[in-house]
Design a protein around this ligand. Structure first.
Ligand code: SAH
Ligand code: TMP
Length: 395
């Protein structure tokens, strides 16, 4: 974004499209790219070295549906309330990456003028069918200009788990400049670099997660495009995120939280990230050793949650059906398919209880709280969770 030099610090090897689940019969050649991560020595932005074309990820059959998590559905209802409370009466609120309408449907129900940008037409249609207004376009300069011209400027532009998916942030910022009202704010939340490092959560890195933001890198990017980082707020979702609030330069005073977080981030250097890469390799070795030992002991192991992030874990560790015979997942459209690259079958949640395995590898660790409550009987009858965040251990 700044034209600086990107120093590579982590190589997670050849990886498939993280959400390209396939039928078991499909033996055609899979697409692989090389998953490497680097940090810009000038603006500190952590980013992938290689970019996967966006149409290969965000397709008609994009399988991730935000409303699949009860916890996240409740969370986004809260967010909708916060957005409305943060702005003027009778606002126009735009969301980038509105998915199945998990947040916008709350605005629609409250009669608030809204519009989503959502290029994955399958999930977009789910929202549209509920009466949510969604444009099935990628948010970028051209689409933002069209909306600004036809609908007027937005008072709030919001995005969750989407801005980090967009390599072309220059176009996004020019779009924001066109679409955001002079007094408006742009709020977005994404997995936070600090949490990823603290938890050695290397599986947060995959094709869709092109950037890992920090307050420092976001404030640098914003500055280049006439915006300013005016607030940061840590969010306890998806393993730790930060919500960044941006406004046009000079329109709002940056909060103390911004100064404090940027100061704290000074400790994160390239050496920190090299240490993170070493810990990543150690976790891989420990997890493969643990799974191999469980297999030797004749224990049954099942994966829980065919998450996008599990593609990184499984392919980097080369974990296939020999170590994890199947993965249970509540997403109907993933059931019956196999995982990208590693070809582990995905089964419905009913397969988890019948009978319970000895161990469950918690691939959806970002939903741990929700899943542990849902699966109390698994623990009660002696089952154990195997997790690898922040290190390999059983619970
Ligand atoms: N906001 C939801 C969905 C996150 S998944 C949530 O937090 O649960 C990311 C979404 O961003 C996907 O639905 C994807 O199709 C969409 N997306 C990717 N690139 C985009 C772009 N340039 N503009 C708008 N949406 C985009
Ligand atoms: P995500 O980490 O990309 O949000 O994906 C979460 C996956 O986990 C998604 O495929 C649904 C699955 N899941 C379950 O199978 N059971 C659950 O209780 C929850 C919360 C998620």
């Amino acid at each position: 974004m700044c034209g600086g030099q990107v120093e590579e610090f982590l190589d997670l090897g050849p990886q498939p499209i993280s959400q390209a689940f396939r039928t078991p019969e499909d033996t055609t050649q899979e697409f692989f790219y090389h998953l490497r991560t680097g940090m810009c020595t000038t603006c500190t932005l952590v980013q992938l070295v290689e970019e996967v074309p966006r149409h290969m990820m965000f397709r008609e059959d994009y399988p991730f549906a935000s409303s699949g998590s009860r916890y996240m559905t409740d969370y986004f209802a809260e967010v909708a309330g916060e957005l409305v409370a943060s702005t003027i009466p009778d606002p126009f609120i735009v969301e980038i990456g509105s998915n199945d309408g998990v947040m916008l449907r709350c605005l629609e129900q409250a009669g608030i003028r809204h519009l989503g940008f959502e290029p994955s037409t399958g999930v977009a249609k789910v929202a549209q069918d509920e009466g949510v207004r969604v444009l099935t376009e990628f948010f970028e300069e051209t689409s933002a200009r069209v909306v600004a011209a036809t609908e007027g400027q937005a008072d709030v532009i919001y995005a969750a788990n989407t801005i980090c998916h967009i390599p072309y942030l220059d176009s996004v910022f020019r779009g924001l400049d066109a679409l955001l009202a002079p007094h408006g704010v742009f709020m977005f939340e994404d997995p936070y670099l600090g949490d990823v490092i603290d938890k050695t959560a290397f599986d947060q890195i995959y094709d869709e997660h092109f950037y890992l933001f920090s307050a420092r890198s976001v404030s640098e990017i914003a500055r280049r495009f006439g915006f300013e980082l005016v607030d940061v707020r840590h969010r306890p979702v998806h393993g730790g995120e930060v919500r960044y609030t941006l406004a046009r330069t000079g329109t709002r005073e940056p909060s103390d939280a911004v100064h404090a977080l940027i100061a704290e981030e000074q400790k994160t250097t390239l050496a920190t990230l090299t240490g993170f890469a070493d810990k990543t390799a150690a976790i891989r070795d420990a997890l493969v050793a643990e799974l191999s030992e469980l297999r030797r002991q004749g224990k049954t192991v099942v994966g829980y949650g065919a998450t996008a992030k599990s593609a990184t874990l499984l392919n980097y560790c080369r974990i296939g059906p020999d170590l994890v015979p199947y993965i249970c997942d509540s997403t109907v459209t993933k059931q019956g398919l196999v995982t990208p690259g590693t070809r582990i079958p995905i089964r419905p949640p009913a397969a988890f209880t019948d009978p319970y395995p000895d161990y469950a590898l918690l691939l959806a660790w970002n939903h741990a709280e929700e899943i542990r409550v849902k699966e109390l009987d698994f623990r009660r009858q002696g089952g154990r969770w195997l997790t690898y965040v922040p290190d390999v251990h059983t619970v």
